[in-house]
Design a protein. Structure first.
Length: 139
């Protein structure tokens, strides 16, 4: 069995962003040499998420709007966490809603996706350097 690890790094310009990382993960898979196995993609930050969905701008807008309804950023005083001097309680909640990581099957040396599926890094408290773990295991 082989194991391969790579870290992807991002500098986000905005507080909240959705970044398609599918091509970077596919590049990691090719470098790994794994043809049958699993690929885990995990944000290494508690205010970020990795998820799989369609790469369609209207959907991304809908996610942003929906998340702001479920966990609005302001007023920051509505969250007890923010009493510690932070202003990112909403980002922690958004991460919980969108999920922590994804695992994708590897079949025939390719990510075994359904139609339209893409991998996204979701940043909810950005404007600084962030990383994503890609861990691939198999044969």
């Amino acid at each position: 069995m082989k194991a391969y690890t790579e870290y992807l790094w991002f500098n986000t310009a905005k507080r909240r962003e959705f970044i398609n990382i599918t091509l970077e993960v596919q590049r990691c898979l090719k470098k790994s040499g794994v043809t049958e196995g699993l690929c885990l993609i995990n944000p290494m930050h508690i205010t970020a998420s990795v998820f799989i969905n369609d790469d369609e701008s209207g959907l991304h807008h809908d996610f942003e709007k929906w998340l702001q309804v479920l966990a609005p950023q302001e007023p920051i005083s509505q969250y007890k966490h923010n009493l510690t001097g932070e202003d990112n309680a909403d980002a922690h909640l958004k991460r919980t809603i969108m999920g922590r990581e994804v695992v994708v099957a590897v079949t025939g040396g390719k990510l075994d996706f359904g139609p339209w599926e893409q991998i996204f890094y979701a940043e909810f408290d950005g404007r600084r350097r962030k990383r994503v773990l890609v861990k691939i295991i198999g044969g």
